[in-house]
Design a protein around this ligand. Structure first.
Ligand code: PDD
Length: 286
């Protein structure tokens, strides 16, 4: 069965879907995107993702292509038409099609909206088969990475360097301060040498991950202590445990950092507990 995409008001065969070469997303990366996990046919943390989409659109002064309630229906419809129940929904909104000019189009054009859906393997049940490795790299991105823009070149290059190093993720740090920010497409957490669960605080230097936020809500509900406080690359290397979070990684242990084992190089007890906690969240809140 061929995949069905939603493109500017129409559901069409994804192989035949086309984008205008003067789409500002294509030319400038002038757009916003979201990735939502679909579990048993339901959107996981849809309110969080749609809330962030609205905030990102506002931050780059891009009007929403439709009310969020209508968009939610489109997301569901794309999943249904593709007959996908375990998958990822990708949506992107760009500033539309106009003759190339860096400033916004003088005569407003409608934003362009594309939604696609792809199948993923069933939700992981065994954390020991759900591990990865990471390398650290300097963060080369712009100063507002809290906005989820399609302008991802530094993230793309960092992920490629990770892949070439045989690693799953690149963990980006501030070159001036040596402080860790986040992964190329994930948030990053450690259990530090003192046993404290930590992830970097939110500001303009990291994406406020929906998985991060959902996990924090679960930690609070269960009374599990954690710190939203930045840490150095050295602290990450000395950590007992490390893991990444995202809509596609859930809670994924990083058992090696820069070629050396994190802790004893096996999945640690905190990662194991939080993997289970997040699985319960997905299953209960999808
Ligand atoms: N990435 N940080 C960055 C830079 C990201 O791109 C992402 C998401 C996250 C985690 O956010 P969330 O928990 O809301 O997925 C953190 C998506 C999955 C992607 O680009 O494919």
């Amino acid at each position: 069965m061929s995949r069905i995409a939603y493109v500017n008001g129409r559901y069409c065969d994804q192989r035949l879907a086309e984008v205008n070469i003067e789409d500002r997303g294509y030319q400038f990366g002038d757009g916003i995107y979201e990735v939502v996990h679909l579990y048993r046919g339901k959107l996981v943390d849809a309110d969080r993702h749609l809330g962030r989409l609205e905030r990102s659109l506002k931050a780059i002064r891009l009007p929403s292509p439709m009310p969020m309630a209508a968009l939610r229906l489109v997301l569901r419809e794309v999943a249904l038409r593709n007959r996908i129940t375990e998958g990822l929904i990708y949506m992107q909104v760009t500033r539309g099609v106009a003759p190339r000019d860096h400033a916004f189009p003088k005569t407003p054009v409608p934003p362009a909206l594309v939604v696609t859906c792809k199948r993923i393997p069933a939700y992981p049940t065994n954390i020991d088969n759900w591990t990865g490795t990471a390398i650290t790299l300097p963060d080369l991105r712009w100063a507002r990475v809290d906005i989820k823009t399609t302008n991802l070149l530094p993230n793309v290059l960092a992920r490629q360097l990770a892949r070439e190093a045989g690693a799953t993720e690149a963990i980006l740090y501030d070159k001036k301060t040596g402080m860790v920010r986040e992964g190329a497409a994930t948030n990053f957490w450690i259990v530090d040498a003192d046993g404290v669960l930590r992830t970097r605080h939110l500001d303009h230097s990291v994406l406020p991950g929906c998985t991060r936020d959902a996990l924090i809500a679960e930690l609070k509900a269960d009374g599990i202590a954690f710190l939203e406080k930045e840490f150095t690359v050295a602290e990450a290397r000395n950590a007992r445990e490390a893991f990444i979070t995202s809509a596609t990684s859930f809670v994924k242990p990083m058992v090696k950092l820069d070629g050396a084992p994190v802790g004893d190089g096996l999945v640690g007890p905190v990662s194991r507990a939080l993997f289970d906690l997040f699985a319960r969240h997905v299953k209960g809140n999808a």
